[in-house]
Design a protein around this ligand. Structure first.
Ligand SMILES: Cc1cc2nc3c(=O)[nH]c(=O)nc-3n(C[C@H](O)[C@H](O)[C@H](O)COP(=O)(O)OP(=O)(O)OC[C@H]3O[C@@H](n4cnc5c(N)ncnc54)[C@H](O)[C@@H]3O)c2cc1C
Length: 423
């Protein structure tokens, strides 16, 4: 009997869990799936700000174990630190990380799906450890929660991104260049933090300045949406600073930018450069930064057994979980159709990049954005009100209940409600 192909999935947060679950869904027992991650739970990052503003530890509601879902599918899990990918010999080296001192091991694959996200380079920002805050994981969520609820005196606040260095390669499909990795979260936080300030009688939007290294913030939202959003932001009293080039350093009372300017700030909420992990740099299947080169079927052109989904993939710009979700479904279908040799491959649609996001605006309201204008498309929808907030919370519950395998109708249903509901 022919051995089943080994599919190795590296990383198991949004993109990794979804691809692993869809691989099983599509290929059933025809493949053997192994997943490696350094932790055994998903961190539901987009909802960290909501927990922080409600003074909850994000770990209580946003870390959920994926083990039972993988077990149900018959997928093997290895808890380990991924160290190295040897593409020529189709091997991955890892070190089990439950205890210090484990010896490095290797595992072979027939297909590899890279879903390891990125390194968020706070370590490259001078003064971040002492004076910076963010919402990107449980540790930083709790750090800013304590600051806001105990120490914040009501001084000026800045929210924005450091310069993102997007990878380049002649082998990549044509996509626009972004100067910030992910500017939905800074915009979302500006709204929800202003609401928090008002509720705590500490001020309002006028305390907050949004900044961006680019010509315009959230450029990927497209011109039509920005023409609505930016005048609204100005009218509400937010400060706005563009073309900062990047962050030079943080000090106790200010942020300094690479364009030579600075802003006074008691609270500095920072989104850094999203950098590829060290083991992806200088690989024959990655671009000049270390993002994995793929086509819109999420497959590497030189190593057809290597796929990438989520933030680690070069075509994922901006770095959005919703893009990673779509990519995970595509990669799973392509691998399954090849292994099973049944499905008509022309049925599988390539990635059609778009921004699809739900943001919290505080006070149980939210915004919904659905656009592909930045990529040359004609979809451009922005809605605000109670429904987008309900959809944001509903998506998290659906994700938990179904263990990352949000059915293919899950995203379109949210789109449909978001696009057509009058709010
Ligand atoms: C504050 C904030 C709010 C956001 N809001 C939204 C939003 O509203 N909508 C949206 O679509 N996106 C949002 N995003 C972006 C979204 O969180 C990311 O796009 C998404 O997490 C990417 O998923 P991923 O699975 O590719 O990578 P990650 O979520 O980063 O997961 C990577 C996984 O790989 C594992 N890993 C990495 N390196 C190793 C290693 N060496 N060994 C073992 N394991 C490893 C990690 O443990 C992790 O589990 C937000 C981001 C932030 C920071």
């Amino acid at each position: 009997m022919k051995a089943k192909p080994n599919v190795l999935v590296l990383g198991c947060n949004f993109a990794g869990l979804t691809v692993a679950r869809y691989l099983h869904h599509e290929a059933k027992d025809a493949i053997k799936i192994t997943v490696i991650d350094r932790k055994n739970y998903v961190n539901f990052i987009p909802n960290i700000p909501i927990e922080v503003f409600n003074n909850n530890d994000p770990a209580d509601n946003l870390e959920f174990s994926f083990l039972k879902f993988l077990k149900k599918d018959g997928t093997s899990f290895i808890q380990a630190e991924i160290e190295e990918i040897d593409a020529a010999n189709k091997k991955v080296y890892f070190t089990p990380n439950e205890r210090n001192g484990s010896a490095k091991e290797s595992i072979s694959y027939d297909y590899l799906v890279v879903a390891v996200g990125c390194k968020l380079s706070f370590d490259k920002i001078e003064g971040f450890a002492e004076y910076g805050h963010t919402f990107s994981d449980t540790y930083y969520g709790n750090k800013i929660r304590k600051f806001l609820h105990n120490d914040y005196k009501g001084g000026p606040i800045v929210i924005g991104s450091d310069r993102f260095i997007q990878g380049q390669s002649p082998k990549l499909p044509k996509i626009p260049t972004a100067l910030a990795a992910c500017e939905g979260p800074p915009v979302e936080l500006a709204f929800s933090l202003a609401d928090w300030l008002e509720h705590h009688k500490l001020g309002d939007a006028k305390k907050i300045t949004l900044f961006t290294p680019a010509e315009v913030i959230a450029e990927d939202a497209g011109k039509k949406i920005l023409d609505q959003l930016l005048p609204m932001v100005t009218k509400m009293g937010y400060g706005y600073k563009n073309n900062t080039i990047g962050i030079k350093k943080l000090t106790k009372d200010a942020i300094e930018f690479k364009d030579g300017s600075s802003l006074e700030a008691e609270l500095k909420i920072i989104f850094p450069n999203w950098e590829p992990h060290h083991f992806l740099k200088n690989q024959p299947f990655t671009d000049d930064q270390g993002f994995v080169i793929t086509d819109f079927y999420m497959r590497n052109p030189d190593y057809p057994e290597i796929f990438a989904v989520g933030d680690a993939a070069a075509v994922t710009v901006p770095k959005l979980g919703s893009l990673g979700h779509m990519e995970a479904e595509i990669a799973a279908k392509v691998i399954a159709s090849e292994v099973l040799n049944t499905e008509d491959k022309s049925e599988i649609k390539p990635l059609s990049p778009m921004v699809l996001c739900f943001g919290d605006m505080g006070n149980h309201k939210g915004f919904y954005m659905h656009t592909n204008e930045w990529w040359g498309g004609d979809i451009s929808i922005l809605k605000m009100g109670y429904t987008p907030y309900v959809l944001k919370m509903g998506f998290k519950n659906m994700y938990y209940t179904l263990g990352g395998k949000v059915p293919s109708w899950g995203m379109p249903l949210s789109e449909l409600i978001g696009d057509h509901t009058l709010i």
